[in-house]
Design a protein around this ligand. Sequence first.
Ligand code: HEM
Length: 360
Amino acid sequence: MFLLELPTANLLYLVLYLATLVLHVVAMNYVVGGAMVVAGAAVFKVFRGYCDATQAIVDKIVDWLPLALGVTITLGVAPILFIQLLYKHAFYTANLLLFHRWMAILPVLIAAFYLLYLQKTNWIQQRAAFVRALVALGVLGMFLFVAWSWSENHLLSLAGEGEWVEHYSAARNWHRSGELLPRLAMWVIGALATLSVILAWQLRGRTTTAVVRRLAGIGITGGVGAAAAGAWYWTELPTEAKLAIRQPAHLVVLATAAAGLVVMLAAWGHMARTGRLSTVWLWWATAGIAVAIAAATVLREVRRYVALHTVDQWEPAVEAAINAARLQGFGVFALFLVINTLVIVWLIARVRSRLHAHAN
Ligand code: HEM
């Protein structure tokens, strides 16, 4: 397994990268999955009204989306720092080559923030259904653009010098790859699985049978859809990547991801049958999706390892990370860790006490 061949410094950065990326993925899943559900429901409402169960789910998502977007962006910062340490050359090259496309993420996210707050206002609630559908579709379109940009950037960073030169000399804005659509489909559809579990925790104690079945429908669609997109992605993977994934250690990781997904699906299947949101089964669903996301994130790195090996960039990347580790700076890191932790704890305590005072 490639992880175990790495020097300690690289392994430490890689583990930190993977752990922080998993957190980003969880928050991103709420944002992307939530925008899909809200947009789907808003379009449906243009033609027909929907039931209280759908309304309860949509209200909860609309209420939480602005915060979830803030959390997604914040949790993207840590992996972006580690990815620069680990894969400097490939990462920066892809950013430079996509340039305007890549920079467009920022204004798009700012606009998305405004639309998310607009979605919460009474003003928009009083507008015609098709206006609300347009806003919801706009939000979804923006999130899909950002997700697509990350996937495209990732694939371009794996392409190597030959393709980069061609991309640059042809002044292209887009990097075409057969892997892009199935890869994106896996992220986007899979987001529904994570969303279903987080929503279930948010709505716990206030659910009806119809709400539980709606949540199960969202979770099962996400799980089955991600598996189908994964199978599609397999057909588009380069032969070297398929060979690497067939190695026993990587097959174990793949089997772990599949097992996590099956546990999540079984838990939702059970809760849909009984119509009850049982805490024990919800924990099973949570553990299942957590394991599936963690294992999929490790497998994702196998693809990069194979690609960078193929274009002779793996060894230079490993060397560069070892050099970065030699520069130290742990003291500064520890100092800011302490300061930031104290500030965050203080802020949470302040908000809690204000809320408490408000409630009384
Ligand atoms: C709504 C906003 C966002 C969405 C929907 C989103 C979506 C995604 C997706 C789909 C991926 C996986 C790409 C792939 O493997 O093909 C990804 C990776 C990543 N995202 Fe986000 N993201 C968002 C915002 C951000 C922000 C603002 C940051 C940085 C501050 C960030 C940092 C990262 C990093 C570092 C990776 C890993 C890149 C790599 O390994 O090549 N994301 N994101």
